[in-house]
Design a protein around this ligand. Structure first.
Ligand code: SF4
Ligand code: SF4
Length: 334
């Protein structure tokens, strides 16, 4: 489901959610939950961090993790959600559509519990038509560049299949910007132009490739690449209104957290892998991500919120950090 081995795993935080989220933090809970709902994926994307050996640390590789199916998966997810009571749930994988039968049951139940759900998929198989009616469901489809590059990286989830499988839905297209996509100065423009023209696409998101420590893949951006990407995005969003990359996110891409302890996203999200027991740390990327080169859209967006000063004095990040300490001490830690 991920893009360039990255994936959205971002969460849309609405302004209205800030107060309940803060309440959860004060109660010693994390307001955001992410679940790798399956270990299976028919794709073999270059740079996929989910299948890197260190992704789950001592728990071993994702492909060898015991994962759940059928009623056991449905019950397990609902138990987790009832226990942790998140405001948002990101369903990722592997490829979540591998478990579409279980999701057919889970999605309406999550809606009844009042949980906003983001499901990140490669759209390698049809997205069930019945999901169109769920107002709490946000479908994010990973697309890694224009058709030639994307199809080379992400077959069998090719452009042709994606276009067929998203027909009738309203999806967010998510592109992870890798070094390869910055070779042409108009690449992001061309990408946004193509997907903006599709009626099924309601928004286009861009994140940046986040490397792992010691990684030297072709995808990794240099500092100069990052500056060019941010400058290009600032222009692209002016031209195509579906491109949704706010100022705060762009600012966050230029100044990522220096460690997980400074990352509001990591501090407010609980991530579980496919056995619904293994916790992924320090964040959804697992392993040893390079925070100073983080390109996660949620992390960037929340970091920019954290820099705001309440009453011009106290940065929101400090307040959240204090709230978290209070919550962990006096609340019911998740
Ligand atoms: S679609 Fe599958 S192989 Fe590709 S990045 Fe996502 S989990 Fe990895
Ligand atoms: S800043 Fe670090 S901890 Fe936060 S999302 Fe990025 S890689 Fe993960």
């Amino acid at each position: 489901m991920l893009g360039a081995g990255q994936g959205v795993k971002e969460v849309t935080i609405r302004k209205l959610d800030v107060i309940p989220a803060w309440g959860k933090i004060l109660a010693g809970r994390r307001p955001l939950l992410s679940i790798e709902i399956t270990r299976e994926c028919p794709l073999r994307c270059p740079g996929c961090y989910a299948y890197e050996l260190g992704h789950l640390g001592a728990a071993g590789p994702l492909r060898q993790l015991r994962d759940l199916k059928g009623q056991a998966l449905i019950d397990g997810v609902l138990q987790l959600v009832r226990r942790l009571r998140p405001l948002h749930l990101s369903i990722v994988g592997g490829e979540p559509l591998v478990r579409y039968r279980e999701l057919n049951v889970l999605l309406p139940q999550l809606g009844k519990l009042g949980i906003e759900v983001q499901l990140v998929t490669s759209a390698v198989r049809p997205i069930p038509a019945g999901w169109r009616v769920f107002p709490h469901l946000h479908l994010a489809v990973s697309v890694d560049g224009l058709q030639p590059e994307h199809d080379r990286r992400r077959a069998p989830a090719t452009y042709d299949r994606i276009l067929k499988h998203i027909a009738g839905h309203h999806v967010i297209v998510h592109c992870t910007i890798t070094r390869q996509l910055l070779r042409s100065p108009t690449y992001l423009d061309d990408f946004a132009g193509f997907w903006s023209g599709r009626p099924e696409v309601r928004k286009i998101w861009f994140s940046l490739f986040t490397p792992q420590e010691g990684g030297c893949s072709e995808e990794r951006l240099t500092r100069d690449d990052r500056l060019r990407a941010v400058a290009a995005l600032a222009k692209v969003r002016e031209k195509f209104r579906k491109v949704d990359v706010p100022d705060g996110v762009l600012a966050g891409y230029l100044c990522p957290p220096s460690s997980p302890s400074e990352c509001i996203f990591a501090q407010t999200t609980t991530c579980f892998s496919a056995d619904l027991a293994t916790v992924i740390s320090p964040c959804q990327f697992g392993g040893h991500p390079v925070c100073s080169e983080c390109g996660c859209m949620a992390s960037a967006g929340l970091a920019s919120i954290g820099r705001y000063k309440l009453a011009g004095l106290v940065p929101v990040a400090d307040l959240l950090s204090l709230s978290k300490k209070i919550g962990e001490r006096f609340g019911h830690a998740a």
